[in-house]
Each structure stands twice: as C-alpha cells, then as structure tokens.
Design a protein around this ligand. Sequence first.
Ligand code: BGC
Length: 251
Amino acid sequence: MTVLGIDIGGSGIKGAPVDVGRGMLADERLRIATPQPSRPEAVARVVAEIAQHFAWQGAIGCTFPAVIKHGIAFSAANVDRAWIGTDGERLLEEATQCPVRLINDADAAGLAEMRFGAGRRRKGVVIILTLGTGIGSAVFTDGQLVPNTEFGHMEVRGKDAEHRASDLVRKDKELRWKKWAGRINEFLARMEALFSPDLFIIGGGVSKKHEKFFPHLQARADILPAELRNEAGIIGAALAAGELAGRERRV
Ligand code: BGC
C-alpha cells in the first residue's frame, strides 16, 4: 500500500509517496520552502501543491511541529501562532480533497523508527528525541506510542531544554561537539530520573553526524542514532495515515 507522507517543518515542507509495508519512499521526494509567515492557509497551499505534483488521490499523512489532538494544533513553538486552535486536518483535507491524518512530527519519526529503524523489536520504554530547530520527543511503551509528549520544553537550568540543547543552538552558539553533548547528557539525565527508559534514540538531521557526538553521550539506558534520518517524518506520517486508506475524506 502507498500513502503520501508529508513532513511540515519550520523551514521546509517535504513529501513523497511511501510504501508503508516496506517503510521506503516509492518516488523521489519533493521539498518546497515553508512560507513565511507559516500561517495555516499558506502552509495548506504548499501541501496541496505537493499532492498535485504526485497527482495524489488517496490518504495523506502530515507531520506538524506541535501538539496535535484530534487534528487540532494545541501549540506552535516554532511555527506561526495562528495554528493554535486550527483544525489542521480539516484545513488540509479541504486543500487537497483527500483524507488527511495530522500527527506531531516527533511522534511520526518515532513510529517510523520503531517499525523500520533503530527501535525495531525493542520492548520496554523507548524515548525518541529529534534534535533540530527545537527538540521533539516520542515515547513508546512495548511498541505503543504515548502521543504528544513535549520533552523539548522540559526545564533544564531554568530554560526549555530545546533552548539549550537543540541542533540550532549548537550551530548558533558554535558549540563544540563535546560541549553540546554535555548539554544533551543533562537532558537525558533529567528524563532518566523521571521515566527510566530502556533506550534513547537520537534523531533529527544531525543524527547523520552521530560519530561526532555519540562518544560523549552518557546514560544508563542504551543510546542509538536514528536510522531513517531525514525520511523518518515522511515515513511515519504515512504509517499514521495508513488506516485512512480507502476511506472518504470527512469534508
Ligand atoms: C514542539 C514539538 C515538536 C518539536 C520538534 C517543539 O518546539 O513543541 O511539538 O515536536 O519542537 O519540531
């Protein structure tokens, strides 16, 4: 089965049809810059453009960097605040004329990693962290997602963890890998104190450079780099929408 996966981020919106049985892109992905400001209608137009590019007529899964409950955005940390309270699923269904499932970006990446990547066959408590502009989190217990955790906003030294340890902060402050890893370690220690996970999976674009900072990471739990890298969001979004396939859009 093929589902269109779209990953909506602060700087780019990327999409590709995904073979959900194999967890692989079924076509070359298309990336369009995120409109600025990233207001809901402007983003919806880009999502529709991506669907049109693939002449898409089936289910679509979309990630979004915010708390998403029943299709509605409840937060907007790195995107336009007009998203708060917006029924994103409905908006994107109207724009694309397809059934749409909207899911938090880190939750989507986590679904993909648990099914096809570093979390395959891992039981117990697994925490996936995506280090990018912000820090996203996804928690699994025996393979089951606990959606909408927002560990990037956990306070460390009086600041949101993502304002100390995201990849954006590393770049902006020109932190050395070891120093940045120290900040990640503080964050991991805080999560260990509260959740005692068995495994941390570290994702986000920077995970492809894992050999630079993994040697400095420390935790009681195992720590693994994500395997699906930049494609985890697209694949996870498609997985989340798989159950919509064959269903009519709601509006
Ligand atoms: C948002 C999360 C999101 C993460 C990664 C955070 O600022 O609050 O919802 O998953 O960034 O994009």
